[in-house]
Unconditional design. Structure first.
Length: 247
């Protein structure tokens, strides 16, 4: 199992064009999964944001910090635009997925609909795109990774740090861990909190609430970003908190 940070500043290349670099990641509230990356492009894209679905990503080279997609320059130029709107709604997503020939992630039982991984949305036979629902119940709740960084993390009894980074699971693009900087509380120690232990995200207060205690966090295994996260480290973490592992 491999994990990556949220890939800010990685270069994004297509079949026939270097598109730019990752500026942000858009994460849905329900599954805490990256649905789109926003890309800072050059003048050829008229200064507008370019959106990339994980389903269009062929590979990620962590060492060279390069994301390779199957998108052509023509496809990118003709992709649906938000036309000045700030929020992605289901109508835009429907048009976006239709344009790129991607099956919808929002229909089906899994994080990626009927697929196990994001990439499978591009490999499957295209299905008829469902009509957007008329009420707000079918609308996505999508938030920027940039906004989540520096959110306060609160335990059952007190706050204990701020979000410094997100660890994203390979292939699923799901947030598996929040990297928490506890500098103000425990002298700079960094710890991992599983996304499974999050009870609520208060987008107004910029606070993430978890069901662990401050004392548990203080004595938890330290996370060192320079050491790749291994399954053994995950086992130790879940064992310490006495939680059933997600795998």
């Amino acid at each position: 199992m491999h994990f990556k940070s949220w890939l800010k500043s990685f270069d994004v290349v297509g079949k026939d064009e270097d598109f730019g670099s990752v500026d942000d990641a858009l994460i849905d509230e329900k599954d805490l999964t990256i649905r789109y990356f926003t890309v800072k492009t050059g003048n050829w894209f008229s200064g507008e944001k370019m959106y990339i679905s994980p389903a269009s990503i062929e590979s990620i080279n962590v060492n060279d910090e390069v994301i390779t997609t199957d998108i052509t320059k023509e496809e990118a130029e003709n992709a649906p635009r938000l036309e000045g709107r700030e929020l992605i709604d289901r109508t835009y997503e429907t048009n976006f997925h239709t344009h790129y020939g991607l099956n919808p992630y929002w229909t089906g039982p899994g994080v990626w609909g009927t697929s196990f991984t994001a990439r499978e949305l591009a490999a499957q036979q295209p299905v008829a795109m469902p009509e957007p629902e008329e009420d707000s119940k079918g609308e996505p709740e999508i938030y920027k990774a940039k906004d989540i960084i520096r959110y306060e993390f609160a335990a059952q009894d007190d706050s204990f740090g701020q979000v410094e980074d997100l660890l994203i699971e390979e292939d699923s693009y799901k947030v598996r861990y929040f990297v928490i900087d506890t500098r103000k509380f425990f002298g700079g120690k960094k710890v991992l909190i599983s996304a499974d232990w999050v009870e609520n995200i208060d987008w107004i207060k910029a606070q993430i609430q978890t069901n662990v205690t401050k004392e548990q966090v203080e004595n938890s295994p330290e996370y060192l970003p320079e050491i790749p996260l291994s399954r053994e480290m995950e086992v130790d973490l879940y064992s310490y908190y006495n939680r059933a592992p997600y795998w």
